[in-house]
Unconditional design. Structure first.
Length: 443
């Protein structure tokens, strides 16, 4: 697989020791990302207080138009990611490139993003933009005026598809009524709300400054502004978190009637305070606890009608993340901003992970690339296997041509996976053993 990782995956699910022994597989715990989720085909959607009425397509009709399950529905489009690295507070568990604004001129930063967008657009002859994702960092820290400026500029540079999905990550503590209206007026169609937990004690452990009421208020503000598609991000296996606290967070999230919920298993990443405490033995990673919390999320969320369409993602049919699907199926994506990664026609590069240096290079028309590699079709297929096996669509047979048939037969005979048409799909315990199964298939 590629040494320079593409869209990072923010999550993993630990594999309980007894289940590993029973299934005769070993676990390699990894972290996956992005950040990322969003809406699929539009549906009638009415918001009345916190009561939501959805009219979904029939599943068979939806699957026919889903690029994960029907490759013929894919279009020659590109996905756009913008990395906004600014954070009001630095969370002790986060390993993504981020920093406090300090004396950074935010207007100059937005100008830099737009300069890079113009340079990249002319060099790659980009087709229509299918999805846009503003991640970070905390994109909602940009002022309403700068949000307007950013989207107006992008609209002048790129050609957007008629139904472009525009996603924005937001921290409940960093925006209010005016910003929510600006998001909607700028064309944002989906907001991923970084709630993480509804427990005040757990939020304190995570270094988050919002509270449970702030999350509910944020959802109300977004819906009142006209943004119907809201996703709530939650985390589990946080130090000190109990199973009851995790259940309460899931139930509290459901009470807000989001279209989508992401449930990420905390991982201890190097160069973070959490990792230091983990290495010192102050924090522990207990696989049985990870598995119990994963199973609870699956049982509770699916019982309420959400589709568990990827290891850490749940959505009502039609509200799955189109942006993430673009990554998973191997679509081209362009990343703008410091540390952003791009993959276009097999060429992958990463931008300088330093905001000041990034702006210097952009200002003088220099290269922002810090790492570059060219991926072979075989490498891209390996990535596709690793990402698509995390989804309920599975991986298409054509991407498994280099995998020895006996390895596939082994996981099928163990009832960890099965064929659904032309797709190999994990099932039962296999969904919790995804990382070790990928290692088994491609090592």
């Amino acid at each position: 697989m590629s040494q320079l990782q593409g869209p990072c995956v923010r999550n993993r699910v630990a594999e309980p020791r007894e289940k590993v022994a029973e299934a005769q597989w070993t676990s390699k715990l990894t972290r996956q990302e992005p950040e990322s989720e969003i809406k699929g085909p539009r549906h009638r959607f009415q918001y009345i207080g916190r009561e939501v009425r959805r009219v979904h397509r029939l599943e068979a009709e939806w699957l026919l138009n889903d690029p994960l399950t029907n490759p013929k529905s894919s279009r020659d489009l590109i996905h756009l990611y913008l990395h906004i690295p600014f954070c009001r507070d630095i969370c002790p568990y986060c390993a993504f490139y981020k920093h406090k604004p300090g004396e950074t001129d935010m207007g100059y930063f937005v100008d830099g993003i737009l300069r890079e967008a113009k340079l990249r657009s002319s060099s790659i002859n980009a087709p229509e933009i299918d999805t846009v994702y503003l991640g970070g960092g905390t994109p909602s820290m940009l002022s309403p005026d700068l949000i307007h400026k950013l989207f107006d500029g992008l609209g002048d540079i790129f050609r957007f598809a008629p139904d472009t999905e525009i996603n924005l990550e937001a921290n409940p503590a960093t925006f209010g009524k005016s910003a929510a209206k600006t998001f909607a007026q700028s064309g944002v169609t989906r907001v991923s709300l970084g709630a993480q937990s509804f427990s005040p004690e757990v939020l304190k452990t995570l270094g988050r400054t919002h509270g449970p009421r702030g999350i509910a208020r944020s959802v109300d503000l977004l819906r009142a502004a006209g943004i119907e598609n809201v996703s709530i991000d939650l985390m589990f296996s946080i130090p000190g978190q109990t199973l009851d606290q995790w259940r309460e967070s899931l139930e509290s999230a459901l009470e807000l009637s989001p279209n989508h919920i992401s449930a990420y298993n905390l991982t201890y990443e190097e160069d973070t305070p959490f990792f230091t405490r983990f290495r010192e033995g102050l924090y522990t990673d207990i696989e049985e606890t990870n598995a119990s919390m994963y199973e609870l999320a699956h049982e509770l969320l699916t019982s309420r009608g959400l589709r568990h369409y990827e290891t850490s993602n749940y959505a009502y049919p039609g509200y799955e993340s189109r942006h993430n699907k673009g990554y998973w199926r191997g679509g081209d994506y362009l990343g703008l901003g410091p540390s952003a990664v791009s993959t276009i026609s097999g060429r992958r590069w990463k931008n300088i992970p330093d905001t000041a240096e990034y702006l210097v290079q952009i200002g003088k028309g220099g290269s922002t690339e810090s790492e570059v590699e060219t991926l072979t079709p075989a490498q891209l297929d390996l990535e596709r296997i690793a990402l698509m096996l995390r989804t309920d669509a599975g991986v298409h047979r054509r991407h498994l041509s280099e995998v020895p048939p006996t390895r596939i037969e082994a996981i099928v005979s163990e009832r960890l996976a099965d064929w659904k048409g032309e797709h190999l799909v994990l099932q039962g315990q296999g969904t919790m053993l995804v990382d070790s199964i990928v290692d088994h298939l491609v090592s």
